[in-house]
Unconditional design. Structure first.
Length: 163
């Protein structure tokens, strides 16, 4: 995952917590997976991914009832061209890996992710929709995040080995 450090740092700049930034990053990967064939092209993907991370980070801070400690908006605007220059170095490998990993999940796992990230269900509504307890639903989401991250990493390593 060649852009992971930059995107994780971007999330960290918003939430000011490495653990929460990792959660935000993983959720953003799931959103990208769910988007599937509708993902933006390589040129716009980095900008799109940063927007997803920003929205998820702000949602996470809201759930935790924390005020966002954002960088100065002017600084974020100044940094955007640098991020966009980096986007040209980021190919479609990550998107391909995410799509492949999503296809390996069970229908039930994909349903849980879809209900959570596309329909934005949380808590008891999410658990009820997928037929789980609240604790089971969140535990399953956590496991799915790990599975997707591990699968994506493995896929990217394999792609690098064949390059």
């Amino acid at each position: 995952m060649e852009r992971r450090p930059e995107l994780l740092a971007y999330a960290r700049a918003i939430v000011m917590d490495w653990s929460l930034a990792e959660d935000v990053f993983q959720e953003a990967l799931v959103v990208a997976i769910e988007k599937g064939p509708e993902l933006p092209d390589d040129e716009a993907f980095g900008r799109w991914m940063r927007g997803v991370i920003r929205r998820i980070a702000l949602d996470a801070l809201g759930r935790l009832q924390r005020a966002p400690r954002l960088m100065d908006p002017v600084l974020l605007q100044v940094l955007e061209p640098a991020w966009e220059r980096q986007d040209t170095h980021w190919g479609g490998d990550l998107r391909q890996a995410l799509r492949g990993c999503m296809q390996k999940l069970t229908d039930r796992a994909r349903l849980l992710l879809q209900e959570r990230y596309e329909k934005r269900l949380t808590g008891s509504r999410l658990a009820e929709r997928v037929g789980l307890t609240i604790n089971s639903a969140y535990a399953t989401l956590t496991r799915l995040h790990r599975v997707l991250e591990e699968c994506t990493r493995k896929s990217l390593r394999e792609q690098e080995g064949h390059a």
